[in-house]
Design a protein around this ligand. Sequence first.
Ligand code: ADP
Ligand code: MG
Length: 525
Amino acid sequence: MALKYVEKRYIFIFVILSFFKSLQAAFIAVVSQQMVNWVNKPKLSYLFTIVVVALVGLIVFWLVSIFYQKIYFMVVRKINCNIKAIVSKYLIFSNNPSVELDTSFFTNDLKTIETDKIEAELQIITNVIQFITAIIASIAGSLPLTIVFMLASFLPGIFQRILGRNIEEKSKEWDKSNSKYTENVKETEMFSASARLYNTENNLWKRFKSSANTMEAALLKLNFWQGFTNETINTIAYSVITIAPIALGVYLVSIKNITLGTLIMVSQLSNNFVNPVIIISAYLNDMRVAKHMWKKIQDLSQKSNCLQNSKLGIDYFNGIELKDVAVAYKDKDVFSNVSFDIKKGEKVLIVAPSGWGKSTLLNTLLGNINIKKGRYLINGEDMTTDIKKVHNYFSYINQEPRLLDDTILYNITLGCKYDQNILNDVIHKAGLEDLIEEKGWDFKVGQSGSHLSGGQKQRIEIARALFFNRPVILADEATASLDPVLAKQIHETLLKEYHGTIIEVAHHLTTEEKGMFNKVIQFGN
Ligand code: ADP
Ligand code: MG
């Protein structure tokens, strides 16, 4: 149930309001019954009373409906927020996510869950209540007539079960192609400049259109099948309820078993217990659309519970050792027999050709990738048992700086509390004083840091690495995309201003830059 993601008191209020709202149907039916029966004893003052009561009643039900709408959308909002909190927590906190989450999940799938799961559950509750109150009022009018109307209302449910199965299957196909389409949108946006460069706009355009077509075709299949199912059920329901029950009703009136007013009342009420059955079966179909997406949320929700900040106070750091380490992705071996010993405070450069596995090696040190063979020691202790915590020893400098579309300050501190003196020291060491003076701490860096130069972005990464004050900085080809002068400056900053251990990987550095390190380890050819 999606409703478990909102406080119970809201559901309680929602059920109460649904109940009062459902009385509207019975009220209108009784008013109609009284009006038709009035023909038998036409006293004008009584007609007037009925009309006044009807008007007052309708105003009261109008108010109830407004409150109902308000609480309905409040519940939807609360559940949406809670689900988004769970999903984003999983995305951010989980080290090795086993549930796949892409942009499409956050946009399309969560929207589908809103309409086809959360709203479906609320509508089912409302309609069940409507069904019950209408049927009770109808039985009060005439039992046999109600039974015939009710039997007619169950038929659609049977067909729903038969026709509904296909919908789930079609929904899965649509979800898959939608995911591909969203990725394609991102790719096309990113690649359009390259396509123009090589005069291949048409090909990129074709590629995009083909993915859009596939997605739309899958959506068409899903929508059509859903529509076909709902329309078929409607037709069956209406043809059955207009023939059998009305025939019985006029017969009962003719033998004076019921009044004409009661026939009108029951047939009007029958809408309110037949329609809910149709609506409920339509919503049950909708829920099939959302079923596999909802399963993802359930999986996540369980896993999210145990996720937390993996904070670890580090008392001391003395060195890292790898002994005959081998690492593989599934069945693809990346490297093997890697051994080195790095002591506290050393500045180490690891040189290896492109594709050798340098980034993989750094991710292994961070505990993001499992070791297939060999030993990984920090301070002489085996880390393979506690691999999730090793990241606390490291800062990391990416080849492509990773910046949030936020202020310079936030990009350095990532929202942590800070001491201004420490921060000033950090930006001094990272060579960012001029930038801060010119733009200020609250300057917005733009998407992926688009308002800054390559060197400034790299320096923010360095400032962040220094701010978090970890014993070891790992740098992944930190200067590979910068010009030689800037690359040298950045190396000077890092190697002179930071007194901890540095492990940098690169496929190529100048002899001068290599000379700045204490130790150069060469892998590959
Ligand atoms: P480098 O940083 O030295 O250029 P990488 O560590 O990025 O090399 O990659 C090493 C090898 O592992 C490459 O052959 C690459 O194709 C492969 N590889 C990298 N990441 C993955 C991954 N997530 N799954 C499977 N193979 C990968
Ligand atoms: Mg790499």
